[in-house]
Design a protein around this ligand. Sequence first.
Ligand SMILES: [Zn+2]
Length: 114
Amino acid sequence: MPWLAKLRLRVFAVLVALTIGVIGVVGMLSVPVLPAVGVAIVAAAAVVNSMTAKLSAVTCAGCGASIAKMPAGTYGITCTKCGTINFPYRSGEQTPLLAAGSDDDSVDEDVNDA
Ligand SMILES: [Zn+2]
């Protein structure tokens, strides 16, 4: 199972466990619902943030190793530990076009006018 899938499963398990814990605490101890839910949301945010902190750097989706300094090939960055080919760009970054044409768009406009 790839590292990213394991991470997703762990985060989901933590959130399910927190939900079951809140339901149990509210049901068994007669604790008011809103403070218990508030504490659970804060705990969920802290735990998920710490579990996914490694994702802010460029990491391999297959094993979680850092691939920030590895060179990117045509199809992406190949992890040296597990061989997974990773997309080398973070979300929001401008990706280079592999078959970029010229910046002069007037040629296309002239063809359509005829
Ligand atoms: Zn890897």
